[in-house]
Design a protein around this ligand. Structure first.
Ligand code: HEM
Length: 162
């Protein structure tokens, strides 16, 4: 095993595999509320970069749904964190924000999509990861689209599985 790059020590708590402990809740004013499961993988190869994959599934049928993968970087000597993300929906994004204790608050800085992406387009994304005192990880995602203001889309908690 490779030693973690010291730049990333503040994010060591994120590394590993996380399984949702109960289905996550999805909502938005324009859609039917839904439930989903999701597995997160955070790993590294010694670079000052964390590699990640998020795979979401339909809670009942278990069919694959949303998927994201990318990289996490930290600005050395600061609490500034960047997520570089590609989504299977055709969206790519840069999110940046701050690490405070074991809470990461991120806001989209750049969004781009395929020319033939479905409307409505996402205009803004805010995401929070928090390691709770009970050892569970929580993720919430809010978004704004062409026709809706910033509002929660996702909320889910995970337990560490490895
Ligand atoms: C719908 C964005 C993650 C499941 C949507 C819509 C957008 C969107 C723009 C359409 C809203 C509308 O029609 O007004 C995103 C973004 C995500 C994300 C930016 C990540 C940052 C997820 C995840 C799931 C999910 C993890 C889990 C399965 C759904 C479902 C719908 C939906 C079921 C409604 C049906 C559909 O349009 O496919 N999402 N989503 N989304 N999203 Fe997400």
């Amino acid at each position: 095993t490779v030693e973690l790059n010291p730049t990333l020590l503040p994010l060591e708590w994120l590394l590993g595999t996380w399984e949702c402990d109960e289905p996550g809740e999805g909502s938005f004013p324009t859609i039917k509320p839904f439930r989903y499961t999701e597995t997160l993988h955070f790993s590294h190869v010694g670079q000052p970069v964390i590699n990640f994959m998020f795979n979401a599934f339909h809670a009942e049928s278990k069919k694959p749904m949303h998927r994201e993968c990318g990289f996490v970087r930290m600005q050395p000597g600061t609490n500034r964190v960047a997520f570089i993300i590609a989504q299977n929906s055709g969206l790519v994004e840069i999110e940046e924000g701050e690490l405070t204790g074991q809470q990461l608050s991120l806001q989209s800085q750049q969004l781009a999509r395929t020319s033939f992406a479905k409307e409505p387009y996402v205009k803004q994304i805010c995401r929070v990861f928090q390691l709770r005192p009970d050892g569970k990880l929580e993720q919430t995602v809010s978004m704004a689209t062409d026709n809706q203001p910033l509002m929660q889309h996702l909320r889910i908690t995970y337990r560490r599985s490895s």
